[in-house]
Design a protein around this ligand. Structure first.
Ligand code: PGA
Length: 246
């Protein structure tokens, strides 16, 4: 399966950097598009600008979150319908920063994913244990429960992607070892198989300090079907080097 290389820009940059970064990536995307699908998730206010730049290119655009409501009096929220309307095809949901700083539960993530699906968005559902949970060897309990509770009904390989992101590896420069990644991705694959008919085609991304120098090793791991990249997605050459490592 073609790997998905997704950039999560988080709350970084400004209009100028968003335009320059997406332009540079679009210009060189043809070189890496044979082995990987590219996705950029800019801050919401820059999505339409980035979409204009990515139109007719190999690069897709997605949101970093969406509301669990369809529309209405929810100040500050962005709906799945709005993301669809602008031309987004993906949305990241349940990122650990949303779970941690905005108290998002897996039940809420599941509601958001169901609405995302109604609006033809591919939901990238993030899962991952924190450092304390890993030290206590609870990672599979945590990730298994998050998976169980975050998936909405009617999940298919066309509308859902899983991202395993150990929280202790995000933005820290620490990455899980290839053995740990292999073990967890295999576990997630088996869990998906228990639940769904066509689960073998569901992509499972790894995230957490993915960089050009560790990407190749990670992409060799079975059941690693791409990467969700934070810091290194803010530099076109690093993002493209990770894509080239596929
Ligand atoms: P990082 O972030 O690559 O900076 O560790 C990954 C993520 O949060 O998706």
């Amino acid at each position: 399966m073609k790997k998905l290389i997704a950039g999560n820009w988080k709350m970084n940059g400004n209009l100028e950097t968003a335009v320059n970064l997406s332009r540079s990536i679009v210009e060189q995307a043809g070189d890496v598009s044979g082995n990987s699908d590219l996705l950029l998730c800019p801050p919401a206010v820059y999505i339409t600008r980035v979409l204009d730049i990515c139109r007719d290119s190999f690069v897709a655009v997605g949101g970093q979150d969406c509301s669990s409501y369809q529309s209405g009096a929810y100040t500050g929220e962005i709906s799945a319908a709005m993301l669809e309307d602008t031309g987004c095809r993906y949305v990241i949901l349940g990122h650990s920063e949303r779970r941690q700083y905005h108290n998002e539960t897996s039940a809420l993530v599941s509601e958001k994913a169901a609405i995302a699906h109604q609006h033809n968005l591919n939901a990238i559902i993030c899962l991952g244990e924190n450092e304390q949970e890993r030290e206590q060897s609870l990672e599979k309990d945590i990730v298994g429960a998050q998976l169980e509770e975050s998936l909405p009904p009617a999940v298919t390989a066309k509308n859902t992607i899983i991202a395993y992101e150990p929280v202790w590896a995000i933005g820290t420069g620490k990455t899980a070892t290839p053995e740990d990644v292999a073990d967890m991705h295999q576990f997630i694959r088996e869990k998906l198989q228990e639940k769904l008919a066509d689960s073998s085609a569901i992509r499972i991304l790894y995230g957490g300090s993915v960089k050009p120098d560790n990407a190749q090793e990670l992409f060799k791991v079975p059941n690693v079907d791409g990467a969700l990249i934070g810091g290194a997605s803010l530099k076109a050459e690093q993002f493209l080097a990770i894509a080239a490592a596929t």
